[in-house]
Design a binder for this molecule. Sequence first.
Ligand code: NDP
Ligand code: 8X3
Length: 255
Amino acid sequence: MIEERTVLITGASSGIGKACAKAFAGQKARLLLCARRIDRVRQLQQELAAQYPDIAIHVFELDVRDREAVKAAIASLPEAWKKIDILINNAGLSRGLDKLHEGSYEDWEEMIDTNVKGLLYVTREVVPGMVARNSGHIINIGSIAGHEVYPRGNVYCASKYAVDAITKGLRIDLFDTPLRVTTIDPGLVETEFSVVRFRGNEEKADQVYKGLTPLSPEDVAESVLWAATRPAHVQIAEMIIFPTAQGSSMHVHRT
Ligand code: NDP
Ligand code: 8X3
């Protein structure tokens, strides 16, 4: 049962995070939504409040790369929002698609700081409360890129392999508690992901999804919601989700 459960979603301003907010709102969860683009998160809050007038939503601005800001944001949550039941570590990005020896230090650091360190900071601040309450579910958004390395994917893939290792490590560290740890690992999902990767080059981004029906962010959100709504003794460890036209990172059928 998700109704009245408090769900923290990082990166709720776009794509999969935004779709998760909508999916959990539809189940009457209490939503804690954050991202750097707070205007977008506020806009989403207004849309959801109009559609679901009886749910509670609290939003705040957060750059997950900023460790002190993460600590302060979680520590200063209003009393009614302190007990987080479900953490969806979704905030993440890719930058560039370069050969490693031609890559940019700035791109590498942004990916590692966001996808790895940011996820760790939020997890470190939220999970102790879950452990103290003997209840909670951590759902990380990994990627097929955390299972297969593709050409020029080098550092982005490394960051998602790290998410895979962190998820497995956390699950082992919590195996003797009622807490659950899940990773949802999609293939091609049409969001702003590729526009961000190619720094606003829409044409290049469109090529990524050309000639196939990619996953929608809603497809992924449905799986996140499903994992979160299994009975308490069922822990979905990991789920890889592809569009039907995808066989692996390197096998994409385009017509
Ligand atoms: P989008 O670009 O649409 O959304 C990314 C979200 O992450 C935005 O809400 C963005 O918010 C947030 N974000 C990025 N950096 C930060 C930061 N430093 N602090 C806080 N929030 C941040 O892409 P997706 O929805 O596709 O990406 C969501 C997750 O899904 C990522 O972890 C991605 O790696 C993963 N994924 C995506 C796939 C795809 O094909 N699209 C496939 C597999 C996994 P803001 O910029 O406002 O801060
Ligand atoms: C996003 C999927 O294959 O573009 O993580 O890296 S992919």
